[in-house]
Structure formats: C-alpha cells, structure tokens
Ligand binder design. Sequence first.
Ligand code: 5RP
Length: 227
Amino acid sequence: MSESDPAKHQAAWTAAALVESGMVVGLGSGTTASLTIRLLGDRRLAEGLEFVGVPTSGATEELARSLAIPLRELDEVAFLDLNLDGADEVDSQFRMIKGRGGALLREKIVVSTARRKVTIITAEKRVERLGATMPLPIEVSLFGLKHTQAKLAQLGASTSIRTQSDGRLYLTDGGNGIIDCRFAESDDPEGLDLRLRQVAGVLDTGFFFGLCDLLVVGHTDRVELFE
Ligand code: 5RP
C-alpha cells in the first residue's frame, strides 16, 4: 500500500498532530512513518513547530534531512518524548510484528527509549493472532547465516532468507541479514520469542511487546484511538 492511501493519511495526520514544540521525537520507518514525517515537515513550515527527530533508518534520516527537520543521534539524547512508527500487525493486546521494511532492530532500540510510544496503522493491520498475514522477520548475523536458518527451521518455521529484487542478499542498515519465518498459529508469541532469541545468530525478532501505548488506526473517513 502506498503513502497516498486515504486511511493511512488520516492516521498519519492524527499522529503528526501529537508533536509539540520542544519535543524529541523518534521517527519510524516505512510508508506510514514517512507520510507522518512529511506532515511534520509541513507543520514546521506552516506553524514554526520546533522539534528534534531521531531517525530509525537511513531512509528516514534522508527523508527528514530533505525536509530540513533537525536530527540527533539516539545517544545524543537522554530519552524521547514521543515515538511515531508504523507496524505490520497489531493484536488486541498491542503486541506487534514489525520489520517488513527491514528496520526492526533500530526501530526497537529507538522506541524503547520513548516516554510515549505511538503506533500508526490502517485498520487491516489489526489481527487476532500475530503472524496471520505475514511471516515474522528475524534479524540475524550474516556469519553462519545458513546454520541460523537451519536452527530456526528446527523450531518449526518455514524460512526464507530475504533478498532484494535483483536477487542479492537484503542487508539491514546495520549490515545484517533478515530471515522471514512462518510459524503455525500460536497463542504464545512471548514463548516463541524467547525460544527464537536463544538461537545463536539471532540478533532480534520482529515481535514488539509492551512497545505501544497509543494505537492510531486510520480508516478512509475517520481515525480510532486506543490506549
Ligand atoms: C519497518 C517497519 C514498518 O513500520 C512496517 O513495515 C510498516 O510499514 P508501512 O507503514 O509501510 O506499512 O516495521 O521495519
């Protein structure tokens, strides 16, 4: 889905309105986060909104720079007032899967430093069970990639090493790989996450638990807020 989706626009507009002058704001990655960042760029120009952004990916950094949004490295700030990011799936307990865009590790590090954690989605991303619509992205070390893949398969996943459209290996901003893993439906994502983290070579999983305290859900004609 593109940035021009009206439901995405509704959600992004509501999220961008949460930023106040003086805030340090985590800037997520993906099309929904990008749309939100563009709207923040508009607010800077139209209203003189003054805030500092902390980007979660190289692509987001580039976009924010093109809009003249002042940026800081994460380690230059003590905490974030607000984090604004999208997600791929969200369940009723605000548990999420992220990482289709490949920025999961940095996104998780950034959001975990935020006082208010806002997730911006469109309605179809709300699911009953995580993994319903997409595989779980897992960020892995390139060293021993095939062995890590085999161990993930032993845990019951059907696995696919992520590649780019030209067939070359997909690399994250941190220079790691991603293995997309499809598991049988499970009611215990926390247990699965623990087992996955014990696999040598796994750097992080796309499960995000306890990292959303306001969910902004866009529909074509309205926005719902859940907290
Ligand atoms: C990137 C992410 C994105 O937030 C997620 O993939 C949602 O992206 P989009 O807003 O384009 O649907 O986790 O790593």
